[in-house]
Design a protein around this ligand. Structure first.
Ligand code: FMN
Length: 437
């Protein structure tokens, strides 16, 4: 899937009180904390996104509270920073049940999930939804997740080797049905022709599986494969398997660089460039002043601790040990210079970014660039990002929910549609039909 003539949109969530903005759940405009406990709430969101002709809702998932900051999970618990972290799979079922076209991307890790059972869960959802499921394959980079499931953290590149083997099993199960394998004939009473259903016998380095598939194929045959790795090994994995890429790059120049690099890796691997969906957070108001007011209200609420805990992961240091007022670029990690540069560009004023500034920005958007303003201004900024990045589109994030999502669909999408860059109707019935259009 390469560049399309129209912009594709996915909306990002966790099944958790926040997506990216720390303490957004405590904002008076936010109904998400109460809502997320009910199927009806998620179904309303699904219908709203479908009205806005989104390709999909995407659920990120980190199934354990982070314990990297201060060596404990106290900060995520205290402030509700991606904790609680409920399973998104049931939401994919109810959200597709309430819609006809909207796809749902779910995240499932290759650690802690045997491939046969993962294939069965994903394929059951894809079958039930008429082929509207996408799978964000992750390798599980969080220590806390591994402690929770009682497995040691496998080294970074080896996790991708495991993921390759995991995919081999899934492909074999998806491809098991030969021509005429499923007569499902009431007269003869034959459901399947056994010798046309290939039994998988896999004894690999990481996984064992002997089985025929447990599920019937969906109209799209298999879920759409999403991936978000950005390391060398991550990109190698992505160009082997992914149909679209999720990426977070802090500003336009970084998006362009990332896209050019990924295109090169894909072409070197003998395939067409893969469509990239860049993360973008929108802060809308009916006027520019209202949007800026909303942004500063959100910013003011962010506890420094919550921001520092968000900053610890990308810097690879426990930020509780740092002086919040020291320049970020003086922090002795490889990551800090690049991040200081990126955050300075986000601030846009060439100022030296302190650890405190970086923490608050991470607490706000976790490195997603922000588009802030009236509907017209937000539409202008999104169009510029889309045209200049060369991406497939955006993985959008709203700081408060569900109201701001409705505002986006009612006030920004019609502008983008009028400009001819967002679809006015779906092209097909499966997620693959739509996201590849
Ligand atoms: C938009 C986006 C969404 C992601 N969602 C998840 C997720 O839900 N769960 C998870 O464990 N990792 C998630 N990741 C992390 C990636 O899967 C990957 O581990 C990370 O980008 C580092 O990849 P690398 O080690 O190849 O650089 C996400 C990354 C991005 C950019």
């Amino acid at each position: 899937m390469t560049r399309s003539s129209q912009m594709h949109m996915v909306h990002m969530f966790f099944h958790s009180p926040i997506t990216h903005t720390a303490l957004s759940w405590a904002n008076e405009d936010d109904g998400h904390l109460a809502g997320m406990a009910s199927f009806a709430y998620w179904q309303d969101i699904a219908r709203t996104l479908e009205r806005g002709r989104f390709d999909a809702a995407f659920f990120a998932d980190t199934p354990a509270a982070s314990d990297q900051y201060r060596g404990s999970s106290d900060t995520p618990l205290k402030h509700g920073v991606v904790w609680p972290t409920h399973d998104p799979f049931p939401l994919a079922a109810v959200m597709t049940a309430a819609t006809q076209h909207l796809g749902i991307g779910v995240t499932l890790s290759v650690t802690g999930n045997p491939p046969y059972l993962a294939h069965r869960r994903l394929s059951t959802l894809d079958y039930l939804s008429g082929g509207r499921i996408g799978w964000n394959i992750v390798t599980g980079h969080m220590q806390a997740e591994h402690k929770a499931i009682g497995q040691g953290l496998v080294p970074h590149d080896e996790r991708y080797d495991m993921a390759d083997e995991f995919m081999e099993i899934c492909y074999a199960l998806w491809d098991a049905y030969g021509e005429g394998a499923l007569p499902m004939d009431k007269v003869s009473g034959v459901m399947a022709v056994p010798d046309r259903v290939k039994r998988l016998v896999h004894h690999g380095k990481y996984f064992q599986c002997e089985a025929v598939p447990a599920t019937l194929p969906s109209p799209q045959g298999r879920p759409v494969i999403f991936q978000a790795g950005s390391s060398g090994r991550g990109m190698e994995f992505a160009v082997k398997h992914a149909e679209a890429i999720f990426a977070i790059q802090p500003h336009l120049a970084a998006m362009k660089r990332f896209r050019e690099k990924f295109d090169k890796v894909a072409v070197e691997a003998g395939r067409d460039p893969i469509g990239i969906l860049f993360g973008l957070q929108y802060v809308l108001g009916s006027t520019e002043a209202e949007a800026n007011q909303r942004l500063s209200d959100l910013k003011e609420r962010i506890p420094l601790d919550a921001g520092l805990s968000r900053l610890s992961a990308p810097l690879g240091v426990d930020c509780s040990t740092l002086d919040p007022d020291q320049p970020l670029e003086d922090v002795p990690t490889q990551a800090s210079r690049g991040m200081a540069e990126a955050l300075s560009q986000m601030a846009g004023d060439g100022r030296k970014i302190t650890v405190r500034d970086a923490a608050i920005q991470m607490g706000l958007s976790v490195g997603l660039p922000q588009v802030v303003g009236s509907p017209e201004q937000v539409a202008d900024q999104i169009e510029t990002y889309w045209r200049e990045s060369g991406g497939l589109g955006f993985n959008l994030s709203a700081p408060t929910k569900p109201g701001m999502i409705t505002e986006f669909v009612d006030h920004v999408v019609p502008i983008l549609q009028k400009r001819g860059i967002v679809r006015t109707d779906y092209e097909g019935t499966t997620l693959r039909d739509n996201i590849t259009a």
